[in-house]
Structures are given as C-alpha cells and as structure tokens.
Design a protein around this ligand. Structure first.
Ligand code: DX5
Ligand code: ZN
Length: 221
C-alpha cells in the first residue's frame, strides 16, 4: 500500500507560536508544511508571503509546499523557491503553458518540485496540457481563499480522472487535494487515488496533532 502524505496548512496555525506549531506537526509525522500565499486579488483574502517563508524555512526540517494564490506568480516564483520552498504550486488561471514550462524548467534545474492547480469551477480539461510538466497536481476541493470550508464532492471525480490520465499517459505527478479534508473526506480522496492531503483546520483546531494526522493517513474507521 502506498504511503499517504499529509501537508498541514499553517494558514490555520497559531501565529503567535508558529515555531512550536511547526515542531508539533513534524513530531506528528507530517510530510510537508503547506504554505498558503494569498494576495487579496486572485482570492478575496490576504495571508502571508516571502518574509514569513524566510522565517519558516529557518526552523522547518520537513519540506515546504507553497501554494501561490496570487495574480502574478511569474514575478515571484523564483523567490519562493530561493527562500526555501521545495514545491511551488501555481494556478492554471494565472499562468500560460509557456510560463508553466519556464517554472518547471527552473524547478528541475534546482532539484525542486512544481505543481499546477485549478479552482473548483475551472474545468479539468484546462490543465491537461500542463500535466506532463507537473510534479504535483493539486485538486482544490474548496474555493481558494479561506480555511474551514466544506469539501466539494465533485472534486473526487477530478481525482479519479487525474489518476486514470496518469496511468494511460505514463506520467509521474502526485495528486494532492486541498480544502475541507477531515477523517471522512480523506478516506474518499485516498480511495480515489490521492497521494498528498492538505489539512488546515482539522489538524490545527485539535489538541492532538499526532492523532489527527494518523487519522488522515489511515482513515478513522
Ligand atoms: C484554501 C487553502 C487551503 C486551506 C485548507 O484557500 O488553499 O490550504 O487552508 O484549509 P482547511 O483544511 O481548513 O479546509
Ligand atoms: Zn492551499
């Protein structure tokens, strides 16, 4: 059985104790720190950016997975890598195929990973040309912008599609799912073929990260 990786989104962490929060998810065997960057334009919320990334990188021992919800990722992606992201995921709504190829080339040259994602209302066909260049394909299972929303059920069809597409075309991307992940939705995503699950509020609103991350990996049955 393949190992499911968990990427807690620090959007829901306690920012007054961010270093402790990071240590706690590392102890709980999270695989990535999911770093949600919001610019108040691409999404109706503002979160954090490069300055915070620099501090997080200093204390993190696991890889940082940056999710850029910003209108101009081409202007910033190199800095997101250079300041410590292992993976940078950009939205298909914000980059042309040529631009994505440029990010993928930079990632490859620097032994890093690159992700492509799409809003829930964007059709899955839109990302097909991007798939062969992606290390990660992120399925947004909520409208980006806020933590704590409910999982959009038809995201499961996208996961199934991406899983089949990967097999048929012999591609290597991992399938990551972001938004509304809890002990029940995690199980459905895993059954449909997800490899990495992002979880914000489910992990950080609990007082036992070890238990929550275990539940997400194996299902709470
Ligand atoms: C939404 C972000 C998500 C979000 C997940 O825009 O991309 O990463 O923080 O939060 P939960 O797990 O609370 O839905
Ligand atoms: Zn995210």
């Amino acid at each position: 059985m393949k190992e499911i990786k968990i990427a807690p989104s620090i959007l829901s962490a306690d920012f007054l104790h961010l270093e402790d929060e990071i240590k706690k998810i590392e102890e709980a065997k999270a695989s990535f720190i999911h770093f949600d960057v919001m610019d108040g334009s691409f999404v109706p919320n503002i979160s954090f950016g490069l300055v915070v990334l620099k501090s997080v990188s200093k204390v993190a021992s696991i890889k940082i997975d940056s999710h850029l919800m910003i209108v101009n990722p081409m202007k910033y992606y190199k800095e997101f890598y250079n300041l410590g992201s292992y993976n940078v995921t950009v939205h298909v709504e914000t980059v042309t195929l040529e631009e994505f190829k440029e990010i993928a080339k930079f990632a490859k040259e620097n032994n890093k990973s690159v992700g492509i994602t799409l809003n829930p209302e964007t059709s899955i066909e839109t990302i097909i040309p991007y798939l062969e260049y992606a290390s990660i394909v992120l399925v947004m299972s909520v409208k980006p912008g806020f933590g704590g929303q409910s999982f959009i059920e038809n995201s499961l069809e996208k996961i199934v599609f991406l899983n089949k597409f990967k097999d048929v075309h012999k591609l290597n991307y991992k399938i990551e799912v972001d938004g509304g992940i809890n002990n029940l939705t995690s199980k459905s995503c895993i059954d449909c073929g997800a490899d990495i699950l992002v979880a914000g509020s489910y992990v950080f609103s609990s007082n036992n990260y070890i238990e929550k991350i275990k539940e997400l990996k194996h299902g709470n049955l």
